[in-house]
Design a protein around this ligand. Structure first.
Ligand SMILES: [Zn+2]
Length: 313
């Protein structure tokens, strides 16, 4: 199984700031300022895409619904320098999307997992004020939650809140029945994407799996980890991104989020190449939860940060 390599683990901007601080010690201020500005520009360019070649996963938002400085859930898949897939569009991902240098016109799919705001509130901001075509997938609905079609109609339809976008975008929606077995969402020259319903309280929610020529990536979304068929769905993936939002001591919403040890068992049983912890919440003791995870999972582990890139190879 191929192993991803963590590249560019922090936004380059902080490196530029640190460089400026060091330069200031040794150089006169105007000269140091000029050099630092040059370094910033170079870093910003380097940050614009993860890499011009290959396949990379970039974290847009590593946070959950509680404000912590992290954007809420969102991920990009870069293929040969183009942003081909976005998964989830939580609050703050609009800013991260553009910081990453991503292009809406390059997206083959925007894959939404469910209709909690920390996963799907940013769509109108992402679209405005652009034009074009976009395919958006999402779950079927329930009595309490809209389907992806109802969500899109409520936002962008002729009577939607943001009907100003209605004539600007040709949206093709793909609705996945959360009660069905794993279902193919899209297949193209660059990737094949499938989706499957996962247990997240009463919220219809989808996990996604992506196959590329370089490797495979799966996104757990929010779920309590109680459906064994999810382990089959992610069997053998090179990278599994899980939403690390449950506490090992059982506090919080166990009906919504898996405990760390549950994630560890799923990753072990599915023989995944690397586990990425995301959807990190400021109201939790993340360190304690990571310790609990490590009792069960001893394989490669990454704690997500906004704008981090993971090379898939
Ligand atoms: Zn969430």
């Amino acid at each position: 199984m191929s192993q991803p390599v963590v590249t560019n683990p922090k936004p380059c901007r902080s490196l530029a700031v640190r460089l400026f601080s060091l330069l200031s010690i040794f150089l006169t201020r105007p000269f140091a300022m000029a050099l630092a500005i040059t370094a910033f520009a170079t870093s910003a360019q380097a940050q614009s895409i993860c890499s011009a070649n290959g396949v990379q996963l970039q974290i847009l938002g590593s946070g959950g619904p509680f404000g912590s400085g992290r954007a809420s859930a969102g991920y990009l898949l870069w293929i040969d320098g183009q942003s081909r897939l976005m998964v989830d569009a939580g609050g703050g991902t609009f800013a991260r999307f553009h910081e990453a240098g991503a292009n809406l016109q390059d997206l083959e799919l925007l894959a939404l997992s469910h209709f909690h705001p920390d996963h799907s509130a940013e769509l109108p901001a992402l679209l405005w004020p652009q034009n074009g075509e976009l395919t958006i997938s999402g779950p079927s609905g329930s009595a309490e939650f809209p389907s992806v079609d109802a969500y899109l109609d409520g936002l962008l339809g002729p009577n939607g809140v943001f009907r100003v976008l209605n004539q600007r975008f040709d949206i093709d929606s793909v609705m996945i029945d959360v009660g069905s077995p794993a279902t193919e969402v899209l297949s193209s020259d660059s990737m094949t994407i499938s989706a499957k319903g996962v247990p997240h309280g009463d919220v219809p929610t989808l996990a996604y799996r992506v196959e590329t020529s370089a490797g495979s990536i799966a996104f757990s979304s929010d779920q309590n980890g109680s459906d064994p068929s999810f382990t089959e769905f992610v069997q053998g993936v090179d990278v599994l991104v899980v939403h690390f939002a449950g506490n090992e001591d059982g506090s919080g919403r166990g009906d919504l989020h898996a405990k760390p040890s549950v994630w560890g068992k799923i990753a072990s049983d599915a023989n995944v190449g690397r586990l990425v912890l995301s959807h990190l919440m400021s109201n939790q003791n993340i360190e304690n939860n990571v310790d609990a995870l490590k009792q069960v999972w001893t394989g490669p582990l990454t704690i997500a940060e906004d704008l981090m890139c993971l090379e898939i190879k």
